[in-house]
Every structure is written in C-alpha cells, then in structure tokens.
Design a protein around this ligand. Structure first.
Ligand SMILES: Cc1ncc(C[n+]2csc(CCOP(=O)(O)OP(=O)(O)O)c2C)c(N)n1
Length: 594
C-alpha cells in the first residue's frame, strides 16, 4: 500500500476521489480552499469555484440528487452563508452520497470569528465526523460517502485549521467505481412544502436515533487504555484537540470520538464508569461537555481549558496542571511557546492596485464600509481608514443604513472586491437602488479572488477546470441594477482616483466606481512597467510616499529636518508609480528616465 505525506485538505480530496466523487463545488476560503483545488487535479472529477457557498452547496446537492457522489467545502463563515440549503437538505436526503466539509479557525489565523461549527450538526441534525490527522481526513471522507448513502443524508466532515493544514502520513487506497444511481422523481421527498416536510421531520429524528446507535458501536468511538500514574484519568476528546491532549498527557485513558454528532452517550457513560476523574478537552465552546453533563455524567472541562483560540499541547498541559495533575513541565513551557513566532502583520503587496484608491480615500478622510478581501488590509496602519468590515456582502447595505442614519460630514462609501460583489454584493446594491438611497460604491476589481490565493470567479475568462468562458461585465451589471452614475478608473492614477471619488460622492443617486487593474500577483507583472528610484539629493523626507504603506519603500540613514529620507527596493518595486505621483519635490522617477 502506498504511503504519502499529505496536508489534511489534500487527504480529504484523495479520500473523496477514492470514494468515487464526481462533482465538487465550493467557494474558496481559508482553511478549506485546497480541498477543491486538489480535487480539480483528479481525472473524472468536475470541480468548480462557485459564486458563493450557498450556490456551491446547491450545485453539490443537485448532483447528489442526480445520483452521483458530490462534495462541497467551505470555511466557517461559508457554512453560515450555506446554512439554508444545509439545514433543508437534511430533510430531503440525497440519492448519491453528499459530503460537506466545514473547516473552522480556532485562533482566527485568517477567519473573522471563532465560530464553533459543531453546532451545525445539532441545529441541522446532520451527522458530523471529526478527523484528527491526515489519515483520518482521508478515511473519514471515504466513510462519509458510505454513511451518506446508507442513511440517506448529507454528512459533514468538520476540520479545524490545524487538521486542514498539518501534514502527516496517509496510506492511500484505490479508487472505487460508483455507478450513477437512478435519480427518479421524488416530489414528496425533495419539495419542502409543509405537507411533505412534516413527515420528513419525524423521519429525520428517527434517523438521528439510528445514527446514534451506529456511533455507539462504531470503531469511530475508540477507547485507548492508559498506562502509568495517569491511567485512571479519563479524557474525552476529538479532532485537533485529541492530538494536543495525547501529547500533553500521554498516559491517560482516552475516549476518542470520531463522530461528534450525534454523540454515543452510552459509550461515554460506560467510559466514565471506568475512570476516577473525567476531563473533556475540546477547542472553543463546551459543546461535548454540556451534552455529557446533560446526560448526567460529571465531567470537568472549560474550567481548565480555554474557550479561546487553538488548544496547543502546551495550553492543554497547563490546563491539566492547573487542575492539580502533577505535570510541572508544562507550566515551565510558557515562555517557549509564546515567544517562538515573530508576528508578521499582513500588508498590501508592493504594486497592489488597491493602494491608489485607499490613499485617496484616506486623503478625503472618508468613512469606509469595507467588505472581505485584500482591501480589508487598509484597516491597518499606515492607511487605517476603514470604518467597518464585517462579513462578505456587508459593505453596500451597511453603507445604505449608515446613510439613512445621517452619514458623515466628509462623506462615506462602500468598498467591495469583484469576487465579493459577485458573491453577495449584487443584492445589496439592488436594494440600495430600489430604496432610492444615494450610496457611493467602489468596486475594487482586480480580476481575481486574491485574498485566498487567486481563484477564478465570473470576471475571468477561464473556469477552474480551464474551460474558456464569458467574463461578466461589472459595469453592465450595475447598469442593469439601475445605477446611472458608473465610472471606470485606473487605480494607479492617483489624481483620477481622487476625482472619481469626489464625483461619486457628489452625485445625487447611487454611484458606482470600478477600478480596472489586475492583481499584481495574477498574472505576475513584477518589473514589467519598470522600477522607480529616489534621488536622495531631491528627497526632502516629507513622508508623503510612506503613507502608501508600500513594502518597497524604506527609510535610509540620511536625515533631512530630523526625518529619514526614503529609498526604493528595486528588487520588489513593480513600477505602479503611485509613490512618484505623491512626491512633491519630484525626487522619485522611473529608473533610467532621470
Ligand atoms: C463567507 C466567506 N467566504 C469566504 C471567505 C474567504 N475570503 C476572504 S476574502 C475572499 C476573496 C475576496 O475577493 P475579492 O472580493 O475579489 O477581493 P480581493 O481579495 O481580490 O481584493 C474570500 C473568498 C470569507 N471570508 N467569508
């Protein structure tokens, strides 16, 4: 049998392929993105970047109802976007297997919240598996397809960022041939009118009971006997927390849960009776703890293990130490863990086309309702002008509400990227137009879904599968939605940015400004426009260029009026020219032009 070192996400893709998945549809989002990127590389799998998670879910659901095995994947916030079909599809059931991967982000390495996705299992009654390493990512995904077809229900595989992005060894298998099932026509099963839904709800509860019986007897529920001084300490855990707990307290007796909804409460009760003291180690909410306590089993958990962030081995070890276990070595490890990684705050790349407008908005001191994309980074120094950035699609409706509240003295606007506009911005703009609110909207079109690594979206000429397609015309969409003032602007032209913003804000009615430069990384154009340099003799250290926050600009040793002069790193400058446009003494010019 072949063994391969794999990311958790790669292992999910491999497991799905081996299980015979034929359709994969998702919207990108860290930490789940690599699943569909990898699935797209397997022959015989149709994989797409859908316009948003709800659409991706529905494409996968339609494929499953059409009789083939299908998969959708999303980050936590995406599961909230897809929650409507996610909950409804547990009523309808499927035909071919449907597996839903949801990847959470305890610690918020890139997410906006620390949502505990295990509650989706409870709110929807969808069975949920939780792997701990790449082997389990592979095995559980394969198993999830079988369970999905056996129990006629979508099955969720819940990952954490640690599980999705760690690498470990996987024993891979062979692909199984799965013939398409006859989809038939099942009006009373797939049409959720109340007269059909009521009996489906009763069937759903009966299915949860059968799944609980499965979890009780399944190898997914595994007792690992302890040894030595801590053998009478019992630990119930799952997923990434299992890995940390095993490292922190290897001698304890473990009940490792592979299925976290529904819970095998009888197995938990039996396990509790075999140990002297029982702990639950779980990241984020006391999800397991509360259900175990509600079942009448005394257990200790969140009083020792934080509800915030990732539970690393050191944090778990410290929790056990605080609970009175004789583990002084973990208490001593504090400094090593906390100081080992130097923080690297994110910045807009050199030559990022978002920088021109960001600098212009700062100059005009506007209140900005942002959205989710690289332009978010303008909420950090040195630009720091963003008022809000809450979730995908929020910018335009929030700007509409802000305007209704009276707006601000110097003006306000909504800022959104191409991918986010097509994900969930259109309806907000339509609403603002319909409600006759004078919102100003800036669509920062860089022709890619940049922040998650450059995935395609409908502004592109090719799909994920490399198929030529017709790019959408954002200006035409805005026009069709009823916007009359639409201006397309080169974001590398600072004066044009200022003028477009002023005109948009002055316009009486909804106004849209669209920038038109591609992301500097997709395709790479490093150096294509020539690089810029500073004439040190002319530089008066005014610092105007530094306000751009461009990583290619640095202070030198030379000082003028107590301020450092500036130089440009020629190896990273992309030649966007914004610094030259801001340089009043004319010290910055294109290399070779002087
Ligand atoms: C509901 C949801 N899905 C996915 C993401 C992950 N995500 C963050 S930014 C982003 C892409 C934004 O692309 P775009 O709006 O074009 O801006 P760009 O990064 O290209 O500037 C995505 C997919 C998210 N934060 N929330």
């Amino acid at each position: 049998m072949e063994t391969v070192l794999m990311l958790g996400n790669e292992a999910v893709a491999r497991g799905a392929w081996e299980a015979g998945v034929q359709v994969a549809a998702a919207y990108p989002g860290t930490p789940s993105t690599e699943i569909v990127t990898n699935l797209a590389r397997y022959d015989g799998v149709y994989a797409e970047w859908s316009t948003n998670e709800k659409v991706g879910y529905e494409v996968a659901l339609g494929a499953a109802m059409g009789g083939v095995r299908a998969l959708t994947a999303m980050k936590s916030a995406g599961a909230s976007v897809a929650a409507d079909p996610l909950i409804s599809s547990v009523y309808t059931g499927i035909c071919g297997g449907l597996v839903v991967i949801v990847a959470g982000d305890p610690g918020m390495s890139s997410g906006m919240t620390e949502q505990d996705d295990r509650y989706f299992g409870r709110i929807s009654s969808m069975p949920m598996l939780e792997p701990a390493d790449s082997q389990e990512c592979h095995d559980f995904t394969r198993l999830a397809f079988d369970l999905s077809e056996t129990y006629d229900v979508p099955v969720m595989v819940r990952l954490s960022i640690q599980t999705a992005h760690q690498k470990s060894i996987v024993r891979v298998g062979e692909q199984v041939e799965v013939a398409r099932k006859d989809p038939g026509r099942h009006t009373d099963k797939y049409c959720l009118l109340p007269r059909f839904s009521r009996p489906l709800h009763a069937g759903l509860l009966e299915r949860v009971a059968r799944l609980r019986e499965y979890a009780e007897a399944s190898p997914l529920t595994r007792v690992e006997p302890g040894t030595g001084a801590f053998a009478r300490i019992g630990v119930i855990t799952s997923g990434a927390a299992y890995i940390s707990a095993r490292e922190a307290l290897p001698g304890a007796t473990y009940l490792k849960l592979g299925m976290v909804h529904p819970l095998p409460l009888e197995a938990i009760r039996r396990f509790a009776a075999t140990v002297e003291r029982l702990f639950v180690v779980e990241e984020l909410e006391p999800y397991l703890e509360e259900q175990i306590l509600a079942a009448g089993v005394p257990v200790e958990g969140k009083q020792w293990f934080s509800q915030l962030g990732e539970l690393t081995p050191v944090r778990v070890g410290r929790g056990f130490f605080a609970a009175g276990l004789d583990l002084p070595r973990w208490a001593e490890q504090k400094a090593a863990e906390d100081d080992s990684v130097i923080p690297r705050p994110p910045v807009l790349c050199t030559g990022c086309p978002h920088r021109g407008m960001a600098t212009a908005m700062r100059k005009l001191d506007l209140d900005v309702h942002g959205d989710i994309g690289c332009y978010d980074l303008t909420s950090l120094p040195p630009v720091s002008h963003m008022h809000s950035a809450v979730e995908m699609g929020a910018s335009i409706p929030m700007e509409q509400g802000f305007t209704r509240a009276g707006g601000s003295k110097k003006g306000s606007l909504a800022v959104i990227g191409d991918s986010t506009f097509l994900h969930s911005g259109l309806t907000g703009l339509l609403n603002a137009v319909h409600q006759r609110t004078s919102v100003t909207v800036l669509i920062q079109d860089n022709s890619i879904t940049a922040m998650t690594g450059g995935q395609t979206n409908p502004v592109n000429e090719k799909t994920l599968a490399g198929v030529a397609t017709k790019p959408v015309d954002l200006a035409a969409i805005c026009k069709a939605l009823g916007v009359e003032h639409i201006k397309i602007v080169d974001p590398y032209d600072y004066a044009a940015c200022l003028a477009a913003l002023k005109a948009g804000l002055a316009y009486d009615g909804p106004a849209v400004i669209i920038t038109n430069r591609p992301c500097v990384l997709f395709p790479s154009k490093l150096g294509a426009d020539g690089v810029y340099e500073v004439d040190e003799a002319l530089c008066n250290a005014c610092q105007q260029c530094m306000k751009l926050g461009c990583p290619s600009l640095h202070h030198t040793e030379a000082v003028f009026k107590k301020r450092h002069k500036v130089e440009i790193d020629a190896s990273t400058c992309t030649g966007c020219s914004l610094c030259a446009q801001l340089c009043k003494p004319g010290a910055i010019t294109k290399a070779g032009d002087a």
